[in-house]
Ligand binder design. Structure first.
Ligand SMILES: [Fe+2]
Ligand SMILES: [Fe+2]
Length: 189
C-alpha cells in the first residue's frame, strides 16, 4: 500500500476538526515538500508524512504518536512512513530517533512552523509575504512569545540536519508561503 495525498488528507479530517491543527498540518506538509525539493528527495512522500504527523493529537493527546502508529497500522500504511511520523516525537512521546534526513527535517520544522505562524500573526499585515528572517529571529530569544514552540528542539534538530538556523528558518518561511492562503497567513487582501 502506498499512501496517496488525498486519502491522507481525508484521514486527517476524519480525526481532526480543529482549524488550528488542520492549518498546522498543512503548514508542516508544505514545508516538508519544500525541503524535499531542496534536498532532491520525494516531495509527495515528505508532504504526506508532514500532513499526518499529528494525526492523533486532537483525539488522543495523552497517547500522541502511539495512537497515530495504531491508526496507520490499521490503515495498512508502510512501516517506513509510520516510523518517520512517530520519530517527530523523539524524546517526548516516542523513542524513535530521527535518522533519515526527512525525519530530521520533520523534527526540526514542526515547532518552527508554530514560531513563524505566531510571528506573522502579530504583524499588522498578517502576511507571510512581508515576513523577514530577522523578525523571527527577534522573537527567538523572547521565550514567553509562542512559548509552545520549543527552541531547544529546533536547535537540536538543526544540529542533526547539520544546517544553520538562519537557512532553516528562511526556508521554512518560504515553504509556508506556498500555502499562505490555506493557512490564513496571506494578509487581509
Ligand atoms: Fe506532534
Ligand atoms: Fe506538529
Amino acid at each position: 500500500m502506498k499512501p496517496i495525498r488525498d486519502e491522507a488528507f481525508a484521514l486527517l479530517l476524519k480525526y481532526n476538526q480543529s482549524e488550528s491543527l488542520i492549518k498546522h498540518a498543512l503548514s508542516v506538509e508544505a514545508v516538508m515538500r519544500h525541503f524535499a525539493s531542496i534536498f532532491l528527495e520525494d516531495p509527495v512522500k515528505w508532504g504526506i508524512i508532514g500532513l499526518v504527523h499529528d494525526l492523533d493529537y486532537e483525539k488522543y493527546p495523552e497517547q500522541h504518536c502511539t495512537m497515530t502508529r495504531k491508526i496507520l497500522e490499521q490503515e495498512n500504511w508502510p512501516e517506513d512512513y509510520i516510523r518517520s511520523i512517530v520519530s517527530h516525537g523523539w524524546g517526548i512521546c516516542s523513542d524513535t530517533e530521527p535518522v533519515h534526513i526527512m525525519e530530521k527535517v520533520l523534527y526540526t520544522i514542526d515547532e518552527l512552523t508554530g514560531l513563524v505562524t505566531a510571528s506573522v500573526l502579530i504583524r499588522p499585515s498578517k502576511s507571510l509575504f512581508d515576513m523577514e528572517l530577522k523578525s523571527v529571529k527577534k522573537k527567538w530569544n523572547i521565550r514567553n512569545f509562542a512559548a509552545g514552540a520549543n527552541r531547544e528542539i529546533i536547535e537540536k534538530g538543526a544540529a542533526m540536519m547539520g544546517r544553520d538556523l538562519d537557512f532553516i528558518i528562511q526556508e521554512t518561511i518560504n515553504g509556508m508561503k506556498t500555502v499562505a492562503g490555506s493557512i490564513g497567513l496571506a494578509g487581509e487582501a
